[in-house]
Structure formats: structure tokens, C-alpha cells
Design a protein around this ligand. Structure first.
Ligand code: PLP
Length: 421
């Protein structure tokens, strides 16, 4: 199946009612029918959909199957938010005393998680500049558990060298995790470039209408090759006491291990679960994702080109501009540029004037909506960062970030033209 078809049909078997729409199984629990079946469900013999909604739900399972197939992975796990997807994917492999390595160009919430909350848990994050992935080699030691980056960084719109990062990680047998939120599986297939795990904030492009908060973790096929008997990953290779000695990598249940462990250990114990209703909203959104991403990208490119020629604009960040330092990598790793464009005007005051003058763009911190939005990163999404941390993310005082929607391209350009006049 090609991705447009996957987004509409994959992973849904109609039940006796034959509903065309995927049903919402709005239920906490499931009738086991017999004591033996109940016991075998808790012993992981009956799959994970019909045990308890904290670890699985039939509506959410459709979303997970569909999303995994869309991205070309072996399995996906839906969770309550993009932040919980990132947090779970890190603590699935790292404990106190361990470290991970990350690009410094990141979404602001990820920066605070990495610099403050993980630190309190005893997990160190070592940063590298995406323009210099070779420096990763010097940061690796025997306690390094993951290498993390964003496929299109929010809001610097940088595109790292996936294959270089994967090559270094593979040499050290370390898992790579990419935040593929901005590109979505439509524009970027990270597993084709050797990346191991992909996470998403589904709160963005998945519904396209800013309807719900959610997250996904997707693992590549055959991830067991990297994890089995790898001394970096004892959680997968030693008996899990809370499952009577189960060894996740030996052999993996249904061939999946990374998302399976998040589900059976971290979701079980900490419970950042996605509601079935929100899963259903994401399923509706996936039906039109490929159409929307094409329009977001063509509108954004037209706007980036317009801004590049504007005398009041100092710089424009959009990876598919020929003048962009990311252009070569963008063409290699992405099908199109997605909807985020950032640009710099002279000062915070100038930026404020633009934000207060636009009529179609709304001042909103979220991205990925079909409606265009505008944001001043330094005073909102990246406000809680120090000046140095902001600068490492590429967030200057005059930086404005647009999340370009799917309205008419000329209307959007005219709106910005008037605001910049
Ligand atoms: N990753 C990126 C790139 C984001 O832009 C965001 C939110 O803006 C997140 C992760 C966090 O996602 P959520 O708001 O769903 O927790």
C-alpha cells in the first residue's frame, strides 16, 4: 500500500456492525469471560488491546498500526503527548548515571526536559551542534544510551545529517531517536536513513485542526539486532522481575521490543495514556495528512521566497530555499519542507508590530494547524530558556516563527505584506 491508502484504510478490520468509521471503544476495561483468560491476559499471552486501557485500547490500536505502517516501522505506541513520547523513549533506555547526546537545536519544551528535569533524575544530556555531527564521537562513553535530534528543528528549521548521525551511532551500537513531528511520516521516513526510533507530537499535523494533545513512539523493523546482547541495554537483556523474568530481547514479543517495553513497564507504572476519543480524532486526521502536508509545504515555500525578497527581513529559515544552508540535506532527507518558516526582523519591537498587525495568522504557540499561526519564539515557546540556551536553539530576539496553514497562498502573502509595511 502507498501512504495515501495507508492513511485511510490500514489497520482497521470492520467488526459485526461494519461501520465505515473506526468505532470509538470508550471503555476502561474489558470482560475477560473466564478466570483462565484473565490470567493469560495478564501474562501477556493475549496481546495488549483488551486488558486495560492504560496499556492498550482497540481504537488506539488502529491509530498505532496505521501510524507505524505510515512511517515504515514495525510498531507504534500512542501516548498522552509529544513530551511524554520523548520522555518515555529516553527513560526506556537511560537510568540515573547514564547520558544521552542531543542536538542543541530543539523545541523549547524538549530543552527544559533535557536540561533540567532529566538532570534531576540523574540523566545527563550532552549537546552537539547539528552542523558538526562528527563531535558526537567525543561525547560518547560507555554510559551513552541514545542520540536524539529533530528531523526539522523547531524553530531554527535546521535539517541534520541523518546518515552521518546513524553511522556514528551504529559504530558505537547506540540507539538513535528522532523527533519527526514537523516533517511527519509524509515528508520524512527516518528509518530509511538508519534511524532506530521516531517520536511525534501528534498534537500538530496529525489532526491538522489543533484538536487534541497526543504523542507517538515508533520503532524500526528489526531493532532487536542492535539491542540483543548489547551491554548498553541491560533492561532488554536481563530478566524483568516485574514480569516473572521476561527478557524483552529474547526473543521480542511479536518482534517488537522498544515500544513494547514502554507500554508494559512505563505506561503500566506511570500511565500517560492517550484517550480513545483522542485516538479517534488522530485517525480522522491521518486520512488527509498527505494532502495537507503537500499544501502546507507549497504555501510555506512561496512565503519563504516572498520574505527572502523583503527589505525588512534580515534572514529567512526554510530548508527548501536554494539559499538555505540546509538545502542539500533537505533534498536528501525530506520530500518537502513542511509548514514551518522562521524569519528575523530587526528587533523584538519590530517582531511585536508584525504579530499585532496580521489578520489571517493568529498569534498561537502551537504548530501544524490548517489555520496559519504566528509566534515570537523568544517570549513564548523558548521564554524559559537562558539567553545562551536560546542562542543555541537559534532563537534571536527578532525571530518570528510562522506555522503556515493551508489557506490560499496569495491571501497569506498579502497578510504578511501589510503587516511588514
Ligand atoms: N516536539 C516538537 C518538535 C514540538 O514542536 C512539540 C510541541 O510544540 C513537542 C515535541 C511537544 O509536543 P506536545 O505538545 O504534544 O507535548
Amino acid at each position: 500500500m502507498n501512504q495515501e491508502t495507508i492513511g485511510i484504510h490500514y489497520g482497521y478490520e470492520k467488526d459485526n456492525q461494519k461501520t465505515m468509521a473506526v468505532p470509538i471503544y470508550q471503555s476502561t476495561a474489558y470482560d475477560f469471560g473466564s478466570a483462565d483468560f484473565a490470567a493469560s491476559s495478564f501474562n501477556l499471552e493475549q496481546g495488549t488491546d483488551n486488558v486495560y486501557t492504560r496499556v492498550g485500547n482497540p481504537t488506539t490500536a488502529v491509530l498505532e498500526r496505521r501510524f507505524a505502517e505510515y512511517e515504515g516501522g514495525s510498531a507504534a505506541l500512542a501516548v498522552a503527548s509529544g513530551m511524554s513520547a520523548i520522555f518515555y523513549s529516553i527513560i526506556n533506555v537511560a537510568d540515573a548515571g547514564d547520558n544521552i547526546i542531543s542536538t542543541s537545536q530543539l523545541y523549547g519544551g524538549t530543552v527544559t526536559l533535557f536540561r533540567h528535569t532529566l538532570k534531576r533524575l540523574g540523566i545527563e544530556v550532552r549537546f552537539f551542534d547539528k552542523l558538526n555531527p562528527e563531535s558526537i564521537d567525543d561525547l560518547v562513553d560507555e554510559n551513552t544510551k541514545a542520540i536524539f535530534f529533530e528531523s526539522i528543528a523547531n524553530p531554527s528549521i535546521d535539517v541534520p545529517d541523518f546518515e552521518k548521525i546513524a553511522e556514528i551511532a551504529n559504530r558505537h551500537k547506540i540507539i538513535t531517536i528522532v523527533d519527526n513531528t514537523v516533517a511527519t511520516p509524509v515528508l520524512c521516513k527516518p528509518f530509511d536513513f538508519g534511524i532506530d526510533v521516531s517520536i511525534h507530537s501528534a498534537s500538530k499535523y496529525a489532526t491538522g485542526q489543533g484538536l487534541a494533545i497526543g504523542g507517538l513512539i515508533v520503532e524500526r523493523k528489526n531493532l532487536v539486532e542492535k539491542i540483543k546482547d548489547n551491554p548498553r541495554y541491560p533492561h532488554f537483556n536481563t530478566p524483568e522481575v516485574s514480569y516473572h523474568g521476561l527478557i524483552f530481547a529474547n526473543p521480542p514479543v511479536n518482534g517488537i521490543l522498544f515500544t513494547f517495553r514502554v507500554r508494559m513497564i512505563l505506561l503500566r507504572d506511570t500511565g500517560a495514556v492517550l484517550s480513545p476519543f483522542n485516538s479517534w480524532l488522530f485517525i480522522q486526521g491521518l486520512e488527509t495528512l498527505s494532502l495537507r502536508m503537500a499544501k502546507h509545504s507549497s504555501n510555506a515555500l512561496a512565503i519563504a521566497k516572498y520574505l527572502e525578497s523583503h527589505p525588512k527581513v534580515k534572514t529567512v529559515n526554510y530548508a527548501f530555499l536554494e539559499s538555505s544552508k540546509n538545502y542539500k540535506r533537505a533534498n536528501k532527507y525530506l520530500k518537502a519542507g513542511s509548514g514551518l518558516v522562521s524569519f528575523e526582523v530587526d528587533s523584538f519591537d519590530e517582531a511585536k508590530k508584525v504579530l499585532d498587525s496580521v489578520k489571517i495568522f493568529s498569534i498561537v504557540a502551537n504548530i501544524g494547524d490548517s489555520k496559519s499561526t504566528i509566534n515570537h519564539s523568544a517570549s513564548t515557546t523558548h521564554q524559559q530558556l537562558s539567553a545562551d540556551e536560546r542562542s543555541a536553539c537559534g532563537v534571536k530576539d527578532g525571530l518570528i516563527r510562522l506555522s503556515v496553514g493551508i489557506e490560499n497562498e496569495e491571501d497569506l502573502i498579502n497578510d504578511l505584506k501589510k503587516a511588514l509595511a
